[in-house]
Design a protein around this ligand. Sequence first.
Ligand code: UDP
Length: 254
Amino acid sequence: MERNPQSAIRNPPSAICILGIRVDALTYAELLDRIAAFIASAGPHQIATLNPEFVMEAQRNAAFRAVLEQADLCMADGVGLLWAARRQGVTLPERVTGSDALPLIAERAARDGWRLYLLGAAPGVAEQTAQLLQARYPGVQIVGTYAGSPADAEAPEIIARVRAARPDVLFVAYGAPSQDLWIARHRDALGVPAMLGVGGAYDHLTGVRKRAPASVQRLNLEWLYRLVTQPWRWRRQLALPRFAWAVYRDTVQG
Ligand code: UDP
């Protein structure tokens, strides 16, 4: 086959490395197709939705870094990652958040018969989320909901519940990095084809906690909205200027 020397330039890379962490360049539509492929191939797969806080946590937390390295997909949640990619001359196709992916996955699940399990959040919130998704996407199979916690003592019970329900997709809302460490720790025991950490997605969807309005999201200021509405996150959000500085240094020197 004849090689086209332009193809590497015309085709955007399928992944990019930001401060040593791989970020996959996928759209929501491509994510859905990858999930379909994971379900077809049956073995367990882990999907993480990364933001700058993840990348900074991975700089100092070797266990978390290892989890991201072995994850099957690392999606670019967080405008900071799109900005960091642009500094390398790469335009990531779009921001892919857990909160927006969840209803899209449920929509596809209703069409293709995927079985969904909602784990995590405060008691009752996963159930509320399930009701909302069932009303919005008639026929969607939600085969289980459970709050539980990422504590090791609870793992055997949760794993037993999930295995008995045989989901194709498992959403885990324990916040980062706990949810991603938890999925990696129990990946083989759970054996679910697609497992995603989704942070506050159920809270956002049900309105238990308000997400930034669409206009604020469009201005790329969702992080500021979170800082104002959840001021106790300030220490965690210090990761943002640290991230910006590290990326700046990396791309100026690199
Ligand atoms: N959560 C939980 N158990 C825990 C810690 C957190 O169920 O032990 C839930 C919490 O109720 C919330 C979600 O995890 O629904 C974390 O949301 P957040 O927006 O803080 O996610 P992050 O920004 O950390 O991804």
